[in-house]
Design a protein around this ligand. Structure first.
Ligand code: 13P
Ligand code: SF4
Length: 313
């Protein structure tokens, strides 16, 4: 009871602060439920970048991870962009340091660099086109067939896109710690124990897991699919936060979080996304800190491939 009062009180304080700052709260589907419920907009990486570009708010509060807030800042260099916890990173971004990426590009000077949005501003600045999981296929299909492509940093998404587009891309070797650790064995057992249940999966999952999937798509596409599809039960192979929106959209359906390999961990939760809390959301607005600050030259260079993504999506 007391907990509910504290949460309600905090939610009211967040809304008051938001009005005072003329702020907009943008949240990714992997945020905890309370944060999703208080946000002005909840979406996937592409939708959030589009919202950040469109907003006329003075302050953008980004309830997501660092690369997403950085993208919002690149699109709005004169706005205050706040991230509740600056440590909210991403294993994909960490697995692709800018100096090594620059080296990779130099080794393949004739290749076009299409880079997943899950990377640092420095890596974006070294790329030709940015993409998200919902826009990558469409973007790759617009590149002339004779132009070789480097796809970074997610090897799993890259392998999936090679299959979907028929393009033989060179892949950077990084992966998502959440999507790579779902247990294929436990998922197959769940499919056997729940006849009629469909496996829906994010393309950041491994190719061996994707082989079992009835439907593959970005977070927004998975959400759309469960409303359009006629099944009643789904095994959801992406970060568990999305299930909050799935239950809201289809309260009569059953959603089973895909289990991770390890028995005693909540590895189907993104540890970076979950660093943000309602308290930190309030405090970042109260203190106008932590703020995203970027080198202006890097930001200007990174804006070019981000704008290409927005045009080509
Ligand atoms: P999307 O929201 O684009 O599906 O990406 C998922 C993700 O891993 C975000 O970090
Ligand atoms: Fe990065 Fe994976 Fe977390 Fe998304 S779910 S932010 S890709 S670590």
């Amino acid at each position: 009871m007391i907990d509910i009062e504290i949460t309600t009180d905090l939610a009211e304080k967040i809304l008051l602060k938001k009005r005072e700052l003329n702020a907009v709260i943008l949240a990714h589907y992997y945020q905890e439920s309370e944060i999703q419920d208080i946000a002005d907009f909840v979406g996937d990486s592409l939708e959030l970048a589009k919202k950040a570009k469109e907003t006329d708010a003075d302050v953008i509060v980004f309830a997501g991870v660092h690369f997403m807030a950085e993208t919002a800042k690149i699109l709005n260099p004169n706005k205050l962009v706040l991230l509740p916890d600056l440590e909210a990173g991403c294993s994909l971004a960490e697995g692709c340091p800018a100096d090594k990426f620059e080296e990779f590009r130099k080794q393949h000077p004739d290749h076009l660099a299409i880079t997943y949005i899950n990377c640092t501003a420095e890596v974006k600045a070294l790329s030709d086109i940015i993409c998200t999981s919902s826009s990558a296929e469409k973007i790759i299909n617009q590149i002339p067939k004779d132009r070789p492509i480097l796809f970074s940093p997610d090897k799993n998404l890259g392998k999936y896109l090679i299959k979907k587009t028929g393009r033989d891309m060179l892949l950077w070797e990084s992966s998502c710690i959440v999507h790579e650790h779902f247990s294929e064995e436990k998922i197959i057992k769940l499919l056997t124990d729940n006849p009629g249940a469909k496996l829906i999966a994010h393309p950041e999952c491994t190719d061996t897991l994707l082989m079992w999937a009835n439907y593959i798509g970005s977070t927004s596409r998975l959400l759309k699919f469960i409303s359009e599809d006629d099944s009643n039960s789904y095994i959801v192979a992406t970060e568990v936060g999305i299930i909050h929106q799935m239950k809201k959209a289809e309260p009569g359906k059953n959603f089973i979080p895909a289990p991770p390999e390890e028995e005693s961990c909540s590895c189907n939760e993104c540890p970076y996304m979950k660093l943000n809390t309602m308290e930190k959301l309030y405090l970042c607005m109260e203190n106008k800190f932590p703020e995203i600050i970027l080198d202006s030259i890097i930001a200007q260079k990174a804006l070019i491939p981000i704008n290409r993504m927005l045009e080509m999506s």
